[in-house]
Structures are given as C-alpha cells and as structure tokens.
Design a protein around this ligand. Structure first.
Ligand code: IPD
Ligand code: CA
Ligand code: CA
Length: 266
C-alpha cells in the first residue's frame, strides 16, 4: 500500500467536486474580472477553490494551503497543499474546452501526491511519489520520441508578454524552426500532464507559479520524464523557468534555450 494513497484519494474527491461544478458552469453566463491586462479571474475560479480547500481541510485541518485565489491558511504542519482551482481560465471564460483542476501535496518540501482533472474530457491524471503516474487508472510513460526535429512541444506565454520583453517569443521562434510543432493550449498543468502521457515530448515556460506546475511536475517525473531549469539545473516549483521532457530531448532543449538566452544578451 502506497504511503500517500489516502491523501491522493482525498485530493481526487476534491478535484472531482470542483470539476463537476466547472462542467456544470461551462458556457453558462459568468462574472469575470481582470487581475491584470490579460489575466482573468471568474466566480468559478473562486468557488472551485472554496470547494477544494473546504474538502481538504475537513479531512486534514492542520495542513497548510497555497492556492492561486488566495486561500492560504498557514500552519506549522510539514504538509502543504498546492492548488490551482482552475488552470486555463482564459480558455474557460471563452468557452474553449481545455482547462483543469490541479492539486498537489508537498510533505517536508517534497512533492508526494498530485492530481490533475480535465472535467470536460473526464481525464484524471494521478501520481504519488515512487508510486508511478496514471491516467484514469492506466499507467503512464513519457514518449520515446527523439531527436528534437521529430517532436511535438508545448509552451505558453506570461500574461505580461505585451509589456515585458522577457516573454518567451524568441524561444518560441527557435523551437518552431527546430521541432515538428508547438502547441499553446492554454493550461500549463495539462501541458505537463500531456508530457507525462507521451502526447507532448517536451514543454518549457517561464514565469509560472507553484500551483501551475506542482502536480504536473510529479506526474512527469513519475512517468519517467525529466524536469529542470532551462539550463538543466535542479528544479524547484518556486523557480520561474521550467523545462520538462521525455528525457531523450532534454539536452537538445536546454542547449536551444541557452543559445537563445546568449543571443538575447549579446
Ligand atoms: C495560466 C495557464 C497558461 C499559462 C499561464 C498561466 P491560469 O494559468 O496555465 O497556460 O501560459 O502562464 O498563468 O491563469 O489559467 O490559472
Ligand atoms: Ca494556472
Ligand atoms: Ca488558475
């Protein structure tokens, strides 16, 4: 029996609760606010977070929470839940059916459990540390595709990409030339789950937050993939540059990102 299985089950229940609420509210009239120039938040983001946090704290009242919409009760507990209640808010608000709930658990600073639920496609991605990664109960393995020129990659752009020159545009152009294709699907957690499932061979992005990546990072690692900083360095979910891949193309992707950075600096 996996040590983190009970925690995973509670996270799955919380994700399903929020997921069915999101499915029910998808395409219904919404109250939408702007957090920044392009960064939306809807009543569904906030209510999903409330449902998830309530469910987790019901079962684990002394645990800490780090969640995107601001529910952050902090305790001395070594356990912290990291939650993106709705990843892909822009998609959700525009009726584009590609978004998810993402919930991860850290224990003593290590990712130990992760759940990503795509409620429209009814796809539940789960992982526990040392216990493997699964999609609807079927074991996941990253792809075996290489070299870079034969691969399909994922990425995204920060909300401040129009005003800040650190915006990923140059990396995008370089990889668009070098790889078979790139998808910008609009939900970083699902991009990482797609690497774990072998649907994408690699993913990179900058300025992501811990809740965008926590569950997805565990999924990729448990599916046999690699996660690092852009230069291949050790990764933490608090770093703002992430490179994830099937491992086979990791070196080629890191070299490309370093080359673009040095050209930008020159
Ligand atoms: C966003 C999505 C998107 C990524 C953005 C994130 P949100 O999260 O993951 O794919 O490119 O940087 O902020 O705002 O939809 O939760
Ligand atoms: Ca997000
Ligand atoms: Ca979100």
């Amino acid at each position: 029996m996996n040590t983190w299985n009970d925690h995973l089950q509670v996270a799955i229940e919380a994700a399903r609760l929020a997921g069915s609420y999101q499915r029910h509210r998808f395409t219904s009239p919404l109250s939408i606010e702007l957090k920044g120039d392009k960064d939306l938040v809807t009543e569904v983001d906030r209510e999903s977070e409330r449902l998830i946090v309530q469910q987790l704290l019901n079962r684990f009242p002394d645990h800490s929470i780090l969640a995107e919409e601001g529910s952050c009760p902090h305790s001395e507990s070594p356990h912290c839940w990291i939650i993106d209640p709705l990843d892909g808010t822009t998609n959700f608000a525009h009726g584009f059916p590609w978004f998810c709930v993402s919930i991860a658990l850290e224990a003593d600073g290590e990712l130990v459990a992760g759940v990503i639920l795509n409620p429209i496609h009814d796809e539940l991605f789960t992982a526990t540390r040392g216990g493997g990664a699964f999609l609807n109960g079927r074991r996941l393995r990253v792809s075996e595709r290489s070299p870079l020129k034969d691969t399909l990659l994922g990425t995204g752009f920060p909300y401040d990409c129009a005003s800040d020159p650190v915006n990923n545009f140059d990396n995008f152009m370089a990889f668009q030339r070098a790889a078979r294709g790139i998808r910008r699907a609009g939900a970083a957690a699902l991009d990482l789950a797609s690497v774990a499932a072998g649907r994408l061979d690699g993913f990179w992005e900058l300025k992501l937050k811990p809740w965008d990546v926590a569950a997805g990072v565990l999924l990729v690692r448990e599916a046999g993939g690699m996660v690092s900083g852009f230069d291949g360095s050790e990764y933490s979910i608090f770093h703002n540059r992430i490179l994830a891949s099937n491992g086979l193309i990791h070196g080629e992707m890191a070299t490309m990102l370093e080359r673009v950075a040095s050209e930008e600096a020159a």
